[in-house]
Write a protein that binds this ligand. Structure first.
Ligand SMILES: C[S@@+](CC[C@H](N)C(=O)[O-])C[C@H]1O[C@@H](n2cnc3c(N)ncnc32)[C@H](O)[C@@H]1O
Length: 194
């Protein structure tokens, strides 16, 4: 398993595929362990790295993960098979905004297009179990969110603006209590209030 994980990290770096930073994924796995999370929905599989890491926390965990890029989806399936986790990780090839899921999850991990975070949150909160957790990654976006003066391109400025809006949305959200952590690329943990 360690070899496969290393292979995936190297592949992601070489091909510029954004997978979770090590500190970020370790933090996420600790929450899964402590919260006795059993079933997880992930938005944004990429090549299956975080799905495999999360499923490896313990043998009772199942992961449903959604990916819209066909090449990455196929690669994720291969990696998951290599990890012998194909019975516990189900990857759906689709744009997450175009699907409707019936199941309920203990934890939802949002790690897809940053510009759509509010939409993902509002759509998939309906799939959360009572007291469920929604985790969002990349809220610092390589430090640009805190240091906007470093930004030179218009597109990047727009994207960072959307991440800031999402942070404000989480802060103002009465249904969920959110804590922000400067771990990895910036992680928010939102817990559904009673
Ligand atoms: C940051 S990567 C995911 C990394 C992965 N969670 C990991 O740490 O191993 C984001 C992925 O989300 C996918 N994505 C972006 N928007 C999406 C959407 N609306 N529906 C499904 N997948 C999406 C992208 O194709 C990309 O592969």
């Amino acid at each position: 398993m360690d070899n496969l994980i290393k292979e995936m990290e190297t592949y992601a770096e070489e091909k510029n595929i954004p997978i979770m930073q090590k500190k970020g994924i370790d933090f996420l796995c600790k929450i899964i362990e402590k919260g006795e999370v059993k079933n997880i929905l992930e938005i944004g599989t990429a090549i299956g790295y975080s799905a495999i890491k999360m499923a490896n926390v313990n043998e009772t965990i199942t992961v449903t993960s959604v990916e819209r890029d066909e090449e990455r989806y196929i690669l994720a399936l291969k990696n998951i098979k290599k990890a012998k986790l194909d019975k516990r990780i189900n990857v759906i090839f689709a744009d997450a905004l175009n699907i409707n899921l019936e199941d309920k999850y203990d934890l939802i991990f949002i790690d897809a297009a940053k510009s759509q975070y509010i939409k993902f949150f509002n759509k998939f909160k309906e799939n959360l179990n009572p007291k469920g957790i929604i985790i969002s990654d990349n809220l610092s976006f390589h430090g640009y969110v805190e240091q906007e003066e470093r930004i030179e391109s218009r597109n990047l400025r727009q994207l960072v603006g959307k991440i800031r809006k999402y942070v404000d949305f989480l802060k103002d959200n009465k249904e969920f209590k959110t804590k922000f952590y400067k771990v990895g690329d910036g992680i928010a943990v939102s817990i559904k209030e009673d």
